[in-house]
Design a binder for this molecule. Structure first.
Ligand SMILES: *[C@@H]1O[C@H](CO)[C@@H](O)[C@H](O)[C@H]1NC(C)=O
Ligand SMILES: [Zn+2]
Length: 424
């Protein structure tokens, strides 16, 4: 080898080396400048690190804030939710108590009434009234409480209200008639048999007298329509009894000689149904076909001024909300009790003559009488809270769901109710 022989080569290697280094620098520069994606990685590695750090910080801060907020919110909502549930529970409890209270008030707590002896005629009637919330309800309103105070001396009304209060006392499993009995001692002496229907009518009359007494009858004027006649009546008789239990008959007498007609209006508080041994359906059939029943009888004709045969058309022009029907179980001749079976429906419809509206009546209560007139027993079967309950003095028994209230062979007094508007 002769190094001196190749001096250019040595220089060339050196130059090449420099060139390569330069090229590398250039290439690096080029890459650095012109390939952003590549450079981004390098350049932003640091920035990203710091950014990530910052983000972490922010997220941390925010999340702490968020967590704080959240926990606060959670705390609040938790409290609120707790409050809400407590409130809802309270509301539900209150509502249930109110419902129970209302049910107790409306339907009674289904308890017996103490019978000190032979008072079943009164006790069973009172059970039927407990089933009629409106019988007491006008006195539940504040304005009526004032009315209650102002009627301080209205004794039987106060007794009825006091009886209702006792009936609804949850702590008592049976209730006493109490001092209300005193007001009936004369008409219905204690420890003897009495007629339940007579008692109901007597109670109605006393209550009507007590509540209606301050009403001055307005001078009678000529009344044309059924509604005028009824409105005039109810204006002068605003009592609960008149509002709930009183209906009105229209009887038309037509003279067969001169054809002059006279119309007589007369209110009623019960409808008598005949008992017929051969045809148990007759009582109700007669009632349902009443407007078509034309009787003939002797009457003094106002026009002829003489006794003449008159045709009598009788119809009910005003139906009461509560219709009381009574089977005539006393034979008018022998004065013995008629123990025959009777028919009565669970519901029936009647047309109001003036409004042409169809009223549907549903059976609500039945007073049954077993035994004879001198030694019998009254019990009540009443619909309470849509279930039938049998009341026998101080005991009461729920009847099975399939109980048929129209199958009572000793039925005596029926209470029907219409939900339809029976105004005329
Ligand atoms: C009523 O109860 C008495 C006994 O407490 C009983 O002898 C009588 O048969 C009952 N009457 C009815 C109709 O259930
Ligand atoms: Zn005549």
């Amino acid at each position: 080898m002769k190094p001196s022989q190749y001096p250019h080569l040595e220089l060339d290697i050196f130059t090449c080396f420099i060139g390569i280094i330069l090229a590398c620098i250039l290439a690096f520069y080029y890459l650095y400048k012109c390939l952003p994606s590549f450079t981004f990685v390098l350049r932003d590695k640091e920035t990203q690190d710091s950014l990530e750090k910052d983000l972490d910080k922010v997220i941390k801060e925010d999340s702490t804030k968020l967590i704080q907020k959240d926990s606060q919110r959670e705390f609040m909502t938790k409290e609120k939710i707790e409050d809400k549930t407590i409130l809802q529970e309270q509301i539900i409890k209150k509502k249930e108590a109110l419902k129970k209270d209302r049910r107790l008030k409306e339907f009674g707590s289904n308890k017996g009434i103490v019978n000190p002896g032979l008072d079943c005629f009164l006790v069973s009637a009172l059970q039927c009234f407990v089933s009629i919330p409106e019988f007491f309800s006008p006195y539940d309103e504040p304005e009526d409480m004032q009315c209650k105070e102002s009627v301080g001396e209205m004794s039987v009304l106060n007794e009825i209200i006091a009886f209702r209060e006792r009936y609804y006392q949850v702590s008592q499993d049976k209730v006493k008639v109490g001092s209300m009995r005193n007001y009936f001692d004369q008409e219905f002496p204690r420890y003897s048999q009495h007629d339940s229907c007579q008692y109901i009518m007597s109670l109605f009359e006393i209550l009507q007298t007590e509540i209606n007494k301050d009403k001055i009858s307005s001078p009678s004027k000529h009344l044309e329509t059924h509604s005028e006649v009824w409105n005039e009546y109810i204006k002068n008789h605003p009592s609960t009894i008149d509002q709930l239990f009183v209906g009105m008959y229209e009887t038309c007498f037509v003279c067969k000689k001169c054809e002059n007609s006279d119309i007589v209006y007369e209110e009623f508080k019960n409808i008598p149904l005949i008992c017929n041994e051969e045809n148990p359906n007759l009582g109700f059939e007669e009632f349902l076909t009443m407007p078509e029943n034309i009787e003939e009888s002797e009457f003094i004709c106002r026009n002829c001024q003489e006794v003449f045969i008159c045709e009598i058309f009788k119809q009910i022009i005003k139906f009461p909300k509560y219709l009381i029907m009574v089977f005539q179980r006393i034979n008018p001749i022998s004065q013995y009790k008629i123990n025959s079976n009777v028919f009565y429906p669970l519901s029936f419809s009647q047309r109001v003559p003036s409004t042409k509206e169809q009223l549907t009546y549903n059976l609500e209560s039945i007073i049954s009488h077993t035994g004879t007139l001198s030694s019998g027993h009254y019990t009540a079967t009443c619909k309470r809270d849509s279930k039938w309950v049998h009341f026998n003095d101080s005991s009461c028994n729920d009847l099975p769901a399939n109980f048929d209230p129209t199958s009572l062979p000793n039925a005596y007094i029926l209470f029907y109710k219409t939900e339809s508007n029976c105004d005329i």
